[in-house]
Design a protein around this ligand. Structure first.
Ligand SMILES: C[S@@+](CC[C@H](N)C(=O)[O-])C[C@H]1O[C@@H](n2cnc3c(N)ncnc32)[C@H](O)[C@@H]1O
Length: 398
């Protein structure tokens, strides 16, 4: 009998299965026992078993470097079920647990025995940006330290992902990183990643996607979507394409508070003067870096994990002669695409609560992926998974 896994079960049946699972049996073993006609539980007072329905769209995924769950909700919106999440930052885990109601493994990913990670169809991971980002590289170089794969603490994280892929052989891998991953270390870093993925038996498609199509923020990230060659036909893999952004680009107006904002978000005169002088100094030297002032009809710069420091990359204009203000955490959440409909999907009809300090919240958003972009990419991946499923069903029927 084919092994029936939990991912093929509809939510109602899932609940029933949990309620009737005898202690000591895993859910999969319970399903296997039910399906082979060996009722694992002999208690005749139990309600009759519903017919276990296959969910053609359902798939399982794991969420590595889980942050606050950008991948989680995007993949859930596509019919996926999370079977494992890992994140070592305590505050990010607090948000993740509150927003997704899903447990998060707290270990350093490099210390997890790979064979303890559950089987899954799709591996998701937005691995840390720092060693590969322009800011990270120049800062580390200036300290005379190595970067990329030479950086023991961060660079090796890709190899932790590789080890999981090698052991678990997911059908699809979705990785995300900063845009300059491709040019980092004269292209060597990306070449190593691509060749490792290729050697593991996967076909990689990569694209830089700007979240600007979905949210009023210019945020370019590289997405790598990889298909296991022995799980898909070449035509199925070829059928994958990255999503086109929606036609109408949203503007800041769509995420800004409609009511007056607490004065604590307004910059002090001192900080505003400092930022203006700093920008003028850099302009004189021919450098473009300075603050980014936006109004309701604009699109913002990329929100970074350092936003909590002075908020300089995205300042909201309060009109001529007024000091600007920074985004509130709720605005930052909307700017990242954490839409109400995701909150509803996560069973939080009142919206996502802020369970950490403002500082932590800004850091978490700056580090996060835009779930709307992942949702759109995930929808294209699901089409390929469905094509595969249809092919397998047809071949079984013959
Ligand atoms: C770029 S962020 C990913 C954010 C996530 N995609 C989201 O939507 O919020 C990378 C995350 O990896 C976590 N991380 C970094 N090194 C780690 C490690 N060795 N083990 C586990 N988590 C790690 C960081 O705490 C951070 O939250």
């Amino acid at each position: 009998m084919p092994h029936m896994s939990v991912r093929n079960v509809s939510p109602e049946n899932h609940e029933w299965l949990h309620a009737t699972r005898p202690p000591g049996l895993t859910l999969s073993e319970h399903i296997d026992a039910l399906l082979s006609g060996l009722r694992a539980d002999e208690d005749s007072s139990l309600p009759p078993a519903p017919v276990v329905q296959l969910h053609p769209d359902s798939f399982t995924f794991i969420d590595l470097f889980a942050g606050i769950g950008g991948f989680h909700m995007a993949m859930r919106a596509n019919g996926g079920q999370c079977v494992f999440a890992n994140e070592w930052d305590r505050f990010a885990r607090e948000t993740y647990r509150s927003w997704t109601s899903h447990e998060v493994d707290n270990r350093d990913i490099r210390l997890i025995p790979v064979d303890t990670i559950p089987d899954h169809d799709v591996l998701c991971g937005g691995f840390p940006c720092q060693p590969f980002s322009i800011a990270g590289v120049s800062k580390k170089n200036s300290l005379g330290r190595a970067h990329g794969f030479d950086d023991e603490r961060q660079g090796n994280l890709f190899f932790a992902i590789r080890d999981i892929i090698r052991e678990k052989q997911p059908k699809v891998i979705i990785l995300e990183n900063v845009k300059n991953l491709k040019s980092h270390d004269k292209g060597k870093t990306f070449r190593v990643i691509s060749s490792e993925i290729n050697d593991l038996g996967y076909e990689m498609r990569e694209q830089i996607v700007d979240a600007q199509g979905w949210v009023p923020q210019h945020r370019e990230r590289i997405f790598m979507v990889c298909f296991r060659r022995d799980a898909f036909t070449p035509e199925e893999i070829e059928s994958f394409s990255f999503p086109k952004p929606p036609k109408r680009t949203p503007k800041m107006r769509s995420i800004l508070e409609k009511t007056p904002v607490d004065i604590k978000y307004t910059l002090t005169e001192g900080l505003w003067t400092y930022l203006q002088e700093y920008a003028a100094k850099h302009r004189a030297k021919g450098n473009g870096f300075g603050y980014g002032l936006v109004g309701p009809d604009d699109v913002s710069r990329t929100m970074s994990a350092r936003y909590y420091k002075d908020g300089s990359e995205i300042l909201i204009s309060r009109g001529e002669g007024q000091t600007p203000r920074r985004l509130t955490p709720a605005e930052a959440s909307r700017l990242m695409g954490y839409k109400e409909r995701f909150a509803v999907l996560m069973d939080k009809p009142e919206g996502f609560p802020q369970v950490v300090s403002d500082t932590q919240a800004y850091k978490q958003f700056g580090n996060s992926v835009c779930p709307l972009v992942v949702e759109a990419i995930g929808a294209e991946v699901v089409k390929v998974l469905q094509a595969r499923q249809a092919r397998l069903q047809t071949s079984q029927a013959i």
